[in-house]
Design a protein around this ligand. Structure first.
Ligand SMILES: C[S@@+](CC[C@H](N)C(=O)[O-])C[C@H]1O[C@@H](n2cnc3c(N)ncnc32)[C@H](O)[C@@H]1O
Length: 271
């Protein structure tokens, strides 16, 4: 089994996506799209950004490596009666079957950054987006204390065995020099790439930060793996305490819920 696929099929990411809907919609609104527009949402999960894109009148294809998330996305589409949105399985490293220049916009919000071959990912995103179109990525930023998920993954990595040789950290997509190098190899000059810091919010009106960490522990593949590894070393309590401390320290809700801001890097590539 492809370990990248296995990681994201583990647990149930839809439980975490529930915390991301509001900011997902805000990201889509900020894109200033005007239909007709064909959009690829890459690493789309169950449609946090694909659904609002379709509601704004775009024709959207969501591609994700996880079979369960594609099924969850198609179920949402049917329930919401959206006719311009389909989800399909695919790997951002190799978008075989997707034609050259098929999309006006390729969007990937914390999605393609998790695919293991970043140079292939950049090449594929450029290939399927039409000349004159746009690629927009949302990427977590390494070593940024305000980038919640990068901190979460950093703590987790201290409890897990070292990755296999050749592993490229997804967080490198949050570093400008890597972004320029990857799109450069795909034929895109530096002047066509811009980056800006932005804020995403993880929101739950009724779950406090400790409960959010419980959800990550039960449903979010990377955190599930960290707890599994910590269990073997007798370090579960230590890991749990550090993650709860992180979530509590970043939480800005004062009514028993959660509102955690998380800085991310918005990358825009104009082709
Ligand atoms: C953190 S989730 C983000 C999901 C969604 N974009 C959102 O904002 O809710 C990362 C997503 O990337 C997908 N993913 C990871 N590696 C992938 C790959 N190689 N190709 C396509 N999707 C991938 C995962 O299955 C998962 O749905």
């Amino acid at each position: 089994m492809n370990p990248n696929k296995a990681l994201w099929e583990k647990g149930d990411f839809t439980e975490i996506a529930g915390l991301m809907r509001q900011s997902g919609e805000a990201v889509v609104k900020s894109l200033g799209i005007t239909p007709p527009l064909r959009v690829l949402d890459l690493g789309c999960g169950d449609g946090t950004t694909a659904v609002p894109l379709a509601r704004m009148g775009a024709e959207v294809v969501g591609i994700d490596i996880a079979t369960n998330l594609v099924a969850a996305g198609n179920k949402r589409t049917a329930e919401l009666g959206l006719t311009r949105l389909t989800f399909q399985e695919g790997d951002a490293c190799n978008l075989q079957g997707v034609g050259d220049h098929s999309f006006d916009l390729t969007l990937t919000v914390f999605g393609a950054m998790f695919a293991p071959k970043p140079f292939d990912v950049a090449r594929e995103m450029v290939r399927v987006t039409r000349p004159g179109g746009r690629i927009v990525m949302g990427n977590w930023i390494p070593n940024d204390p305000t980038s919640f998920v990068s901190q979460l993954l950093k703590i987790s990595s201290a409890f897990t065995p070292p990755p296999p040789e050749g592993f490229i950290s997804p967080m490198t997509w949050g570093v400008e020099s890597h972004i320029v190098e990857r799109f450069g190899q795909a034929g895109v000059p530096k002047e066509k790439i811009s980056t800006a810091k932005d804020t995403f919010r993880f929101i739950s009106p009724d779950k406090g930060p400790a409960k959010v960490v419980e959800s990550l522990r039960r449903f979010y593949g990377p955190t599930m793996n960290a707890y599994g590894a910590a269990q073997k070393n007798g370090k579960v309590e230590e890991l749990h305490q550090q993650l709860v401390e992180l979530a509590k320290s970043q939480n800005q809700s004062n009514n028993g819920g959660t509102s955690i801001p998380a800085t991310f890097l918005r990358v825009t590539v104009c082709l």
